[in-house]
Design a protein around this ligand. Structure first.
Ligand code: HSE
Length: 308
């Protein structure tokens, strides 16, 4: 059995940021960690969020297989995998992209077949179907991805130091269902509504301009179709604005995310209360942007993820 492990860390991400559907992403300071080593008998242990996740739903394991098959034309060797998840699953915080990238980066490191970051973005996007979370998770900071045919072009910007509240209601809403709720076509005036705001939301996030963010973090492409699927979510966004923050659905939801430059605990509590009034329990996280993206290293052993 190998004495050394590959250790991979991948941050949570929030996509869309209001008007930037499938294009904008921001890395958050909340990390999934994975340790992988070759072993005579394969083993997968998941702790933290998603503990007890069945193997056939484990995106990290799927991504390891995907990398070996797609890039190397092989099946992977038997592996001992330990996952410590801090990113809640199915939340709109990029847990799926983080899991996919953990598997891709671990497989690359283990096989000695190192790719450039853009190649990892391509592979993760093939698995995920959209590039916004994966780009922010790979590069950290604030990212904008544009596609030209099959080519993806990511751009990274440094965000200001925001205080962030994420509120996750106990509502089952898969990304697939949240995408299926969207119309295939949108009116020109709705596209125009989003265009100016998508440009301004990037400027506001970089400059730390809260007044501009409150104006820019509005959307007519996806939120009007998704908010009705999440009891209390529209009210939670309204409470965040009442408290002086800017807020949006995080990715495809069901979590909502609020930005300001103040103690976010009262804002998170007000948003949580909006969900409770709709009969839905909700968990909260107080976070900041992460300027760093995913990284890996060889280590001696997992640093006690099972008892943290
Ligand atoms: N841009 C994607 C969506 C993000 O809104 O469906 C999913 O997390």
């Amino acid at each position: 059995m190998s004495e050394h492990w590959i250790h991979v860390r991948v941050p949570a991400t929030t996509a869309n940021l209001g008007p930037g559907f499938d294009a904008l992403g921001l890395a958050l300071d909340l990390w999934n960690e994975v340790w992988v080593r070759p072993a005579p008998t394969p083993q997968v242990r998941v702790c933290g969020e998603g503990e007890g996740l069945p193997l056939d739903a484990n995106r990290t394991v799927q991504a390891v297989h995907y990398f070996y098959q797609r890039v190397l034309g092989q099946t992977p060797p038997p592996l001992d995998i330990v996952q410590y998840n801090r990113i809640p699953l199915g939340s709109g915080l990029g847990s799926s992209a983080a899991a996919a990238l953990s598997g891709l980066l671990a497989a690359s490191a283990l096989s000695g077949h190192v790719l450039d970051t853009a190649a990892f973005l391509r592979l993760a996007t093939d698995l995920e179907g959209h590039a916004d979370n994966a780009a922010a998770a790979l590069w950290g900071g604030l990212t904008v991805v544009v596609a030209e045919g099959d080519d993806l072009h990511p751009y990274r910007f440094t965000p200001a130091t925001w205080q962030i509240a994420v509120v996750l209601p106990r509502v089952d809403l898969s990304t697939a269902a949240a995408r299926a709720a969207l119309p295939r076509q949108i009116a020109l005036e709705q596209a125009v509504y989003n265009l100016g705001r998508a440009a301004l939301v990037v400027q506001a996030l970089r400059e730390g301009d809260l007044a501009l963010l409150r104006r820019a973090m509005q959307d007519r492409l996806h939120q009007p179709y998704r908010l009705p699927l999440i009891p209390g979510a529209a009210e939670a966004l309204a409470r965040a604005y009442d408290h002086g923050a800017a807020a949006a659905l995080s990715g495809a939801g069901p979590s909502v995310i609020a930005f300001a430059h103040t103690d976010m605990a009262p804002i998170a509590a007000a948003m949580q209360e909006a969900f409770r009034s709709a009969g839905v329990d909700a968990r909260t996280w107080l976070l900041t942007p992460s300027l760093n993206g995913a990284a890996w290293a060889w280590v001696e052993a997992p640093d006690n993820p099972l008892t943290e």
